[in-house]
Design a protein around this ligand. Structure first.
Ligand code: F0G
Length: 468
């Protein structure tokens, strides 16, 4: 049990290295060094895949398109299909559940709701465990295998845990997940139990779980699979590649995504930036991140940052004020101290996007609208459409601009929330110091509760004629 992770190799044949994201720190680390933050300055690391060195990037597009019809397991995965831009050797033994390949949908009702002439939604909830996390877990757990980790571990608001548990089960490696007790959806918890993870219900919130993860990262035989791990980001960045392929390489004006720990926005930003550097696209979409109002430390920082006028100098100096008691019914993004905020902020500023927050009512109604499209999603995902509506109202997105909203989790991830909304029983309950419990009711603007009916044909027909 006390075996350390495998010794670092020098560089892989891909030429990829891990490097510090701080502009003024030049630290680089070998690709297989088990390390999560820069040893010199403590900033996060990212993987440099040396994409500029590809001799003929445009031919990659055709290769990726052609793979859609192949039976090779690597081609059937919507992540490994893009393996040329991943930091793995060709002979790596990959752990896949055939993640990715998620659909894009026209969403005319949501477009009308948000004040746009059209809107496209990409549904990452159509992944094997029902969330976008799978696109990062396939690469993180593959890397855990390369490093011969004895156990993989993560802190989670539910989806990361479910995803890691599933991929660890496929890889036959011990898996531990740290979950804030009583604060995650029972459906997500059920997944982690079913996939055989060791589940620790921590007395505290997600940020406490994340702090423990940082401490446990020092244990040499444990491999951390949160998005501080740059191999997670590598898998998740392929969503940007897949999206561009689905858009026939026509760059949308905006891509909008919910933000919690900020791994997803960082990853999408990295994917688009790489494609621009490879000249696969001639510009990047404006990347905007939407947080829940009660858990929006980066939206606050961004607002101040914009007021002061953003410069690279200021970006380097930026400091986040964490939220000690984050509050939102969108438990997936109930995070007060996001670990990847620096990467996300950089991506948003470079693309000239925005970071804003939406309230509980806005999220709940947007979620119901997404449901009415026949698409559905979990509450955190709906921050996307709620945020798009707000950005349109603020003239930050033009009515006729092309917009892609990323939905991050499946509607069945949080059935209690859905039922409560439609039955008019949804409320945000929290303690106010010295004043006891406060209850903020959320109105069901688009309620659709079940209809009680007598067990006769006549009663059903009569009711059908009355209902919309
Ligand atoms: N949407 C869903 C459904 C999520 O589960 C998460 C994060 C996010 C959005 C935010 O993405 O953290 O990359 O900014 N869930 C993590 C988890 C924290 O543990 O499942 P992010």
């Amino acid at each position: 049990m006390n075996a350390a992770l495998k010794k670092p190799q020098l560089r892989k044949s891909t030429g990829a290295v891990q490097k510090c994201i701080a502009g003024d720190c030049t630290a680089e680390y070998a690709i297989n060094e088990p390390i999560y933050v820069c040893r010199k300055c403590g900033d996060p690391l990212e993987i440099d895949c040396r994409v500029e060195a590809f001799p003929d990037p445009l031919s990659l597009r055709q290769q990726w398109e052609a793979r859609a019809a192949s039976r090779d397991p690597r081609d059937r995965s919507g992540v490994w299909r893009y393996r040329e831009v991943l930091p793995f050797n060709d002979n790596a033994s990959i752990v896949t559940l055939f993640e990715g390949n998620t659909p894009i949908y026209d969403a005319p009702k949501c477009a009308l709701y948000a004040g746009l002439s059209s809107l496209t939604l990409k549904h990452q909830g159509n992944n094997p465990t029902g969330s976008f996390k799978d696109t990062g877990m396939t690469t993180a757990v593959t890397q855990a295998g390369i490093l011969e980790a004895q156990a993989v571990l993560c802190a989670s608001t539910g989806n990361t845990a479910a995803s890691l548990a599933a991929y660890a089960a496929r890889a036959n490696v011990k898996c531990a997940v740290l979950l804030p007790e009583g604060q995650i959806s029972p459906a997500k918890l059920a997944q982690s139990m079913d996939y055989g993870a060791i589940i620790f219900e921590v007395e505290g919130n997600f940020d406490d779980c994340m702090r423990l993860t940082h401490e446990l990262a020092e244990v040499p035989w444990i491999y951390i699979a949160n998005s501080v791990n740059p191999f997670r980001i590598e898998g998740q960045k392929t969503v940007a590649y897949e999206l561009m392929m689905q858009c026939d390489w026509r760059v949308p004006d905006h891509v909008v995504v919910p933000g919690g720990n900020m791994g997803n926005s960082s990853a999408l930003g990295k994917g688009f930036d790489e494609m621009r550097r490879m000249k696969l696209i001639d510009r990047v979409p404006k990347l905007s991140v939407i947080q829940a109002e009660g858990a929006a430390p980066l939206a606050h920082l961004f607002a101040g940052f914009m007021k002061a006028g953003s410069t690279n100098e200021k970006l380097r100096e930026a400091k986040i004020e964490t939220v000690a008691h984050p509050r939102t019914l969108a438990t997936a993004i109930k995070i007060g101290a996001p670990v990847s905020w620096k990467k996300a902020l950089r991506a948003v500023i470079q693309s000239q996007g925005n970071i804003i927050s939406v309230n509980e009512q806005e999220m709940a109604d947007a979620k119901a609208m997404i449901g009415l499209e026949g698409i559905g999603c979990e509450p955190a995902s709906a921050a996307t459409v709620a945020g798009i509506k707000k950005l349109v109202a603020q003239n930050k997105i033009g009515r006729d601009e092309s917009v892609v909203g990323i939905l991050t989790g499946h509607v069945l991830k949080d059935p209690d929330y859905v039922g409560h909304y439609h039955r008019g029983m949804l409320s945000l309950d929290f303690d106010v110091e010295g004043q006891g419990e406060k209850k903020v009711p959320i109105a069901g603007g688009f309620r659709n509760p079940p209809v009680r009916v007598m067990a006769t044909k006549h009663a059903i027909i009569e009711s059908l004629q009355r209902e919309r």
